[in-house]
Design a protein around this ligand. Structure first.
Ligand SMILES: [Zn+2]
Length: 220
């Protein structure tokens, strides 16, 4: 997953975004494109499109693609969305928090899948906790010599670090409620030998993260 700084795409026209979505659909020979597929193959980040058009489904509609609502939403996608919602809100999401502004899926979708909202959160926490186990040799391609982990912070690690650090900047204390955008930062940069393990990860706000290092290197 790539992180795209928002200002970079301000000048991209609606049509370019829609065209790129249509291109991914055609490249993958599919009648609809999931967010995960788009993030893998698209030129932009799916959130750039959802912000611009209001929702992923609206973007699909504008691109003349079929809606994928509720068809192929994996638990993994539901959990990843919860990580994003948690990051935006700065606290454990409540049933009533999953508005279109912050969430790709409604609370009802979670309820249907897991029985109750509480059970959805419990399933989310168990899923996240699977990220606690130490990295295995399989997590790093053989080409990355001398490293135990990849630079990329996975979704489970993001979830755990967010919950552990209380979704606030560990340097200045700012929270999303006051408008801050949160990143997951490597305490010792990955490029300087820091590994992508929970002990070396923390929540920082965008400002502190930019002040501290090259932003393209260590953010999410
Ligand atoms: Zn800060």
């Amino acid at each position: 997953m790539r992180y795209e700084l928002e200002p970079h795409h301000r000048n991209v026209s609606d049509q370019e975004l829609i065209n790129d979505l249509a291109r991914v659909a055609s490249d993958t020979n599919a009648s609809a494109v999931t967010i995960d597929t788009y993030n893998e193959k698209g030129r932009f980040h799916a959130t750039t499109l959802t912000r611009r058009f209001g929702s992923w489904f609206k973007a699909l509609e504008l691109a003349g693609l079929k809606k994928t609502r509720n068809l192929n939403i994996s638990n993994e996608m539901l959990f990843q969305n919860l990580v994003e919602v948690w990051t935006k809100l700065g606290h454990q999401p409540k049933y009533s928090d999953l508005s279109k502004d912050v969430s790709l899926y409604s609370s009802g979708t979670y309820e249907k899948r897991f029985g109750t909202w509480r059970k959805a959160l419990e399933a989310f926490v168990s899923w996240a906790n699977e990220g606690v186990s130490p990295p295995t040799s399989q997590t790093v391609p053989s080409g990355v010599i001398g490293r135990k982990t990849l630079r990329t912070v996975n979704w489970r690690q993001r979830a755990i670090v967010l919950m552990r650090d209380g979704a606030k900047c560990q340097l200045c204390g700012v929270t999303p409620q006051s408008g801050a955008r949160l990143h997951i930062d490597h305490v010792i940069p990955w490029s300087k030998g820091g590994e992508t393990v929970l002990e070396n990860l923390r929540v920082l706000c965008e400002q502190c993260n930019i002040g501290r290092s090259n932003v393209s290197e260590d953010d999410i």
